[in-house]
Design a protein around this ligand. Sequence first.
Ligand SMILES: Cc1cc2nc3c(=O)[nH]c(=O)nc-3n(C[C@H](O)[C@H](O)[C@H](O)COP(=O)(O)OP(=O)(O)OC[C@H]3O[C@@H](n4cnc5c(N)ncnc54)[C@H](O)[C@@H]3O)c2cc1C
Length: 549
Amino acid sequence: MIGNVQSFHTPVDPSVKRQMQESVFRLMTAIAYRTSQDPRIWCEEVRGAEGGREYSWSDFRGHSVYLLDLYISLQFDVACETQLLALRSLLLNQISSPQPFRTNATWWQDVYLPTAVDAFTCGFTSSKLEDFDFVSHDLRENFNTDAFKQKLWYLIGNYLNSIYKQRENNNRRLDFDSGLYIPFLDKYTGGDYTVTNQMRVGFPTYLGRSIWFLFHAMGQRIADSSCTDQAMLDDLFERSRIWLTFFATLHPCPFCREHFLSHVSVNDRFASDPLNNEAIRYYPIEHLLLGGVEGTLAGKVSAIKSSDKNSLAIFFWKLHNAVTSSVEMGCSCFTEEIEDKDPYNCVFDPTNTTQIRYPRMGRVFPVTKRFEFILTTNHNYTLFDDSRSQLETSIKKITSIDNLTLRIELWKYWNNGTKISETSQNQVTELTTEIEKMTNSFLQLGILQQQYSHNETLSCAKLTEQLSALKSRDNITTPDPTKIARLSDKCAKYLTDSACNKQYPLPPTPSPTPTVNSTQDNIQQSVSNQLSSNLFLLVSLIILLSYLY
Ligand SMILES: Cc1cc2nc3c(=O)[nH]c(=O)nc-3n(C[C@H](O)[C@H](O)[C@H](O)COP(=O)(O)OP(=O)(O)OC[C@H]3O[C@@H](n4cnc5c(N)ncnc54)[C@H](O)[C@@H]3O)c2cc1C
């Protein structure tokens, strides 16, 4: 019983190294799958729609190479260097896109997948069916003698056995085929999930968590380093910004990609209503002001800078809270959170268009109730309680400055360039100072270290050496975050309202439905109109008669 409680949120092997192997493998293969589809353009969730955004081969290649360079040089898995370099060379040398999977599966299933599996399974030796409660049905045949299948299970088994799999939609909780998550397996399992486009690579519970882990562990690895060579740090941070810019156009959940590009990363500036938009209703103020008031992806990414080793970790902390505040599994106020004390409570009045507090949830991690047991690995509650008491003063201060008028002014500035008033500018300055204080208090808590630090020390000499060795970039164009196109208008008919807006709709704008009083008013109005027009006719008649006679 105690064993069950202790393992509630803890993976079988909770080491950062193991979780990174799973996370990077899942992200890279998921993007590969989107790139291998035909067609590979999407209007939000609709594949093949005219005007859709592409999962482009060259971006996939660029993203993979930049991610692998960071992963290798930051020494997440030193024992796997040879296999990781093999994967890097494979992608670097494959300049033009292979044919789509359904036309010719060879490159994807016989070349890419085995190379990727080898690159993320170092340290794994072997396993048997008897070692597990269960193994996916589609991997069971010859499992005990098939090293490739054992490696696949090493990469996917933890998810299929986790509570997070049990948070998928009702009809998807009790099917456990690995080929639903790892692409290009049809040949190995006898299934058809890849060729029939039935993959779940983009599911939030599956991939969302892996991406966040990868992001936070990457940020923390840099924050933990003691390296001081400024030229090397400049290079490292520049590569991090480029990697992220590539990522922005490649999130393998098409809906999430569009949500990120069209809403989160641009402070929802393209919305049509100054009240009904995510910037006003959901995002924490520190996300809106990330990188200054600019409110664009480029502006936000500029907050990642080599002069501050914590900046990548902090960027992800803020971004993650903003995404959580506006996605299906994050934006709901939990009952305990509604009842929680100020300033950690969730405040929302569905009967009113304007709210008493903006946003209704402050920043989520680490202070809201949902994290009480995630941050309590030793069951002594200290990390969660400490974070709440240490952050309370600055969070209260920020909440007291943050207000609707300010948010509307900021949003209008982002939306159409309307000048920000002096009062609001002063509030932004005040908020920036308070956000800085809150961020420093958060860093001092050591939560990010506790959750994401690697237990092997980073060698600065090796990092410098690797970065200079990993410079080949054949035909990879550096992406420009200011040039990411807006989704085409042709996609407008496919766009759906977000799950959070459906959960928290604003009350409809009052329609001119007549009340009893107004009906009477209307009647009186029309009677008086009638009288005046009759009077006008009478006067006109008298004038006419007097003229005639
Ligand atoms: C860039 C991006 C965009 C996404 N967009 C969407 C979308 O549009 N729609 C959608 O439904 N899903 C989206 N997702 C997935 C979504 O964010 C969640 O990953 C998913 O809903 C699962 O949520 P979860 O509650 O299991 O925890 P997650 O939010 O995945 O968090 C995982 C763990 O990270 C830790 N954590 C949480 N917050 C922080 C923080 N701020 N800093 C450090 N650690 C933290 C906690 O321990 C938590 O349990 C997106 C994911 C990413 C990476």
